[in-house]
Every structure is written in C-alpha cells, then in structure tokens.
Write a new protein. Structure first.
Length: 374
C-alpha cells in the first residue's frame, strides 16, 4: 500500500504532469508574469465556470479584505460571522477596524445557525459573513432573505467550497461564492482547486462592484499612474494562473473523486459507535474539502491513527472568540457552546482526489478497531 497522505498534491500533479509542465514553460518563455497572459486567461475561464465576474488576487485572506474594502464600511461597523473557522475570516475585519459579531453554528453542518442571526443584528450591523466550511454551503437563502430585510451586505467566505452548488427552494442553483454581493476564494494548494503556492479570487455579480475590487487590488489604480482610491497590491502570478487553468479543466472530475471517497467513508463509518459522519444539508452539495467526523475520545483516536501511519487533522482546536488575539471583542467561554464543543470532537480524515480503495479500507478498519476497543 502507498503511503497515506492527508492531501496528495504531488500525486494529483502526476495525473496531469505533461500539461502543467508545458503551461509553466509557456509562461516562462512569454515572460508575461504579472496581470497579463495566463492570469487573464484563467480569470475568464473561472468566470465562465462560476458564471460571474472574477478578479484574481494573492490569496484567500486578501480576497476577503478586498471584498470589505470595496463595500466602503467604516470603523466600528459590525459584521456577523462564525467563531468556528480559520482565523482569516475575522482577521481582516479587525485589521480594518470592523467588529466581528459572532453567532453560533449548527451542530451538524458546522455552518452559521441562521436562527440566531436575527438577535445579533444591531443598528451598527452592516454585513453578514457566512463561511462555507469544509465544502458545504451555509443556508444562503435564509441569509440572503434576512440581509435584504435589514439592508445588509452578504460576503461569502467560499475559500473551502469552490465548485459547491447551492440549491434554492425554487429549483435554481448557484455556485458557492456567487450568491451574495461578493465571494472570496482561495487557491491554497490543498483546496478543491489548488495552486502550487498562494492564490485567491474575488467574485462579484455587479460589474461596477467588480471594477472597484479590481482597482483596489491594483493599488487603487484608475489608469496607469492614476489612482482613484486607496488600494493594496494583491495579485495572482502567471505561473500559478497557468497551473490553475490546467487544473480547472478537471475540477468537476476531482470533486466527484472527493465525493466518492466521502461516500466510502460514510458507508463504513455510519453505524460506528462513538463516530458521527458529516451531515449533508438538503440545500447544498458537498465538495469535501475536508471529510470531518465527530468522534468521542477524539484525541485518543488521533493518536491511534498516527501510530498506524494514518494522518488526521483537527480543524479547528480553538474557537476564534477564545483566541488571545481576539479577547478585546469581549467574548468568554460558554458564549458559543456548539462551536466550543466541536473544537473538542471534530477530526478530519485524509481527503483528496488520489485516495484508493486499499488506503480507505485501511483507514476505516483502523477507526473500527479503535471504536471496538473503546
């Protein structure tokens, strides 16, 4: 059996090596590395895939910063979001002088509990920032309706969910990150669509808003050496764009491979004592950036798997409202009991496009063995 990896970026690369190598060489020969060539090609193809306007940028964190800069919010404005996410979700808000207002999450989907958003809305609230955690959409229809009622912006953190479909009650579909006013995506190497370095993108259906985001990402430029607003320098380079353009061709195939691996895990773990498999929401597909179980004795299980050569990860071991950096927000232990409980029992199993049956059988048998011992 081949070594089991948490993610297998190199293994995936080998399945498209010739095309990726050729694309990289083409960029080097062209010497068109910044904001031209393959960057524009990739933007156009991603925009077609997502059916919206796309502006590439340096990483997923920059994507969220660009989104909030484009909305021209003021220091002290409140943004409702989740305490159970990667730190960049709130990092950009605090850096901009905005105030994150946390709402607890659903115990099954790990995403924002929409039933609690209403009581978090104050006159200072200006936006809702849902995170499509682990590859599954938050309840966007409910969030959009609430945002319209209270005249709030919706910015989606879709960094873990590129390719996920949201299913509206009228039967229509939209891709994660294209439903709210703005969406942010990440091309971190392990993501559904991963580069060989950092990268990100911002989505906006409104053309004027998209133009503003593009300007902000390029120093606030209106025309060469003319600056109409304060901006930043955030860009995807052409080599990463060339790699992503190749990989985008296989995104749906890769998503199906992740979903097939998830179904295998489901089949073998669903009736296991002390283990709860991921729940699929009826309103969203799941692209399984991570396959995250809830397990009794999580830390002991992780050690047991490590000893058997099976990697696993805890996303996330401490909720954001309890992190030292965000003590000034005034939250305390017990404020968000679901998020806090999840940090104690979630465990993500190996999940990538190159998992084979032998590896997955070994993983589930190890978990079964642990469960029988416990």
């Amino acid at each position: 059996m081949h070594t089991i990896h948490m993610t297998d970026i190199y293994g995936q690369y080998l399945t498209m090596k010739a095309e990726i190598d050729d694309a990289i060489q083409e960029v080097i020969k062209s010497t068109r590395f910044i904001k031209c060539g393959k960057v524009l090609d990739f933007e156009a193809k991603l925009a077609e895939y997502l059916n919206t306007n796309v502006i590439t940028c340096g990483n997923g964190t920059d994507a969220l910063q660009l989104a909030f800069m484009a909305l021209d919010l003021k220091p002290g404005d409140e943004v409702i979001t989740t305490p159970f996410s990667f730190v960049s979700t709130v990092e950009v808000l605090v850096l901009m002088g905005l105030k994150p207002v946390f709402v607890d999450v659903c115990p099954n989907t790990f995403n924002l509990d929409v039933t609690q958003i209403g009581k978090a809305i104050t006159p200072k609230a200006k936006a809702i920032l849902p995170v499509h955690l682990f590859g599954q959409c938050a309840n966007m229809e409910a969030i959009i309706n609430m945002a319209k009622k209270h005249e709030l912006y919706v910015v989606e953190d879709a960094c873990q969910a590129l390719g996920t479909d949201y299913l509206f009650s009228d039967g229509t579909k939209k891709k994660a990150g294209t439903i709210g006013h703005i969406g942010g995506n990440s091309f971190f190497p392990s993501k559904n669509l991963g580069a060989f370095g950092d990268g990100g993108a911002v989505c906006a259906s409104d053309k004027k808003l998209a133009q503003t985001i593009r300007s902000i990402a390029n120093h606030g430029m209106k025309a060469k050496y003319e600056y109409e607003r304060i901006g930043i320098n955030s860009r995807l380079d052409s080599i990463q764009a060339a790699i992503l353009e190749v990989k985008l061709k296989s995104i749906d195939k890769h998503i199906k491979a992740r979903q097939a691996a998830a179904c295998f895990y489901d089949m073998h773990l669903k009736d296991l004592s002390g283990v709860k498999i991921p729940v699929r929401a009826e309103f969203s597909t799941h692209t399984f950036h991570q396959y995250t179980i809830q397990a009794e004795g999580r830390d002991e299980l992780k050690k047991y798997l490590d000893a058997k050569g099976i990697p696993s990860m805890v996303y996330y071991p401490k909720a954001l409202h309890l992190q030292d950096a965000y003590k000034s927000l005034g939250y305390k232990l017990g404020d968000f009991p679901i998020a806090e409980r999840l940090t104690q029992n979630v465990l993500s199993l190996p999940m990538h496009t190159e998992l084979d049956t032998e590896q997955m059988e070994y993983i589930v048998e190890a978990i079964k063995s642990f469960s029988e011992r416990s």
